[in-house]
Design a binder for this molecule. Structure first.
Ligand code: SF4
Length: 293
């Protein structure tokens, strides 16, 4: 944009501008005159250094004006404005953008926008005409009905019951984008790239503790039901895994004790004096005389 040439009389009214700002804030915080900018015809803003240590990088802006064909310059306004290196408060961010997972506490309510991209309209049955409504009858009038077609149509209540069972019947459901974002979060927390999965002996899709879930996300995710696993009650990727995998370690079988051998009923001859002949021992001698092992 082309810069204007400041009105001469307004540009020369530095003393008027300084007097105005000194009257407003006191002399001690008003420094040197920095510049004069033309805001419009006969409208000029004078800038003075701000000496207040609490406002480093800020400056005083005093705007003066002059009416057409008038010789006297008048005061318009005095303001304190930030410069390029002024210390400013962080830009305000709406709460909905500041919110992080885990911020929601008991009793908190988290509304969703009507146009939340993570959600899309679900099937509630409200758009369906009632079984005996004029719309249905009009549609039936246009039909050529054969014997094969004659069967009682399902009532709306029956359709609603089936829809409820299938998880329909809600005003909004997860959109494709919402599904994708959920899958990405779950994959990050309990996916194949986590250190736990990298060192797991096998993945969740072969684990007996994996509880299947429905819907399209059920093709890649389930819920871990292992109390001792790191993801008990969490949605885990099929490719996740941990050391508590149901087939990871088979406990060794307990040792089977050997059969008891009782040999005290058999008499074993013991030769105390091997140089004597074996005939010196009577086979029928009592056990106390023979000795036994
Ligand atoms: S116990 Fe481990 S391997 Fe099994 S489902 Fe849970 S996280 Fe997956």
């Amino acid at each position: 944009m082309r810069s204007r040439t400041p009105d001469r009389l307004c540009a020369e009214a530095v003393d008027l501008a300084r007097q105005a700002v000194v009257e407003s804030v006191g002399e001690s915080v008003v420094g040197a005159h920095l510049k004069a900018n033309a805001d419009a015809d006969r409208l000029v803003t004078h800038t003075f250094e701000c000496l207040d240590p609490a406002y480093r990088g800020w400056h005083w802006a005093v705007t003066v004006a002059r009416a057409p064909r008038a010789k006297n310059v008048t005061l318009d306004e005095v303001a304190l404005l930030p410069g390029a290196d002024a210390v400013l408060a962080p830009q305000w961010v709406p709460w909905s953008e500041r919110l992080l997972p885990g911020d929601l506490g008991p009793g908190d309510l988290l509304p969703t926008d009507a146009d939340d991209l993570r959600l899309e309209p679900g099937w509630t049955g409200e758009d369906e005409p009632a079984p005996n409504s004029a719309l249905v009858e009009a549609a039936e009038d246009d039909l050529v009905i054969t014997d094969a077609d004659i069967q009682s149509p399902p009532a709306r209540a029956e359709i609603g019951a089936v829809a409820d069972e299938l998880g329909l019947g809600r005003p909004r459901v997860l959109s494709r984008m919402g599904l994708h974002q959920a899958a990405e979060r779950w994959e990050t927390a309990y996916g194949p790239q986590t250190p736990m999965a990298q060192s797991a002996p096998a993945s969740c899709n072969t684990c007996g503790f994996l509880v299947p879930i429905g819907g399209s996300l059920g093709q890649a995710f389930g819920v871990c039901g292992n109390e001792f696993g790191p993801a008990d009650g969490q949605v885990v990727s099929f490719a996740y895994g941990c050391g508590a995998h149901s087939e990871a370690a088979v406990l060794p079988a307990p040792p089977v004790p050997s059969e008891l051998i009782l040999d005290e009923t058999v008499v074993e001859p013991l030769h105390i004096h091997p140089d004597r002949t074996s005939g010196s021992v009577e086979p029928d001698a009592p056990a106390e005389e023979l000795g036994h092992s």
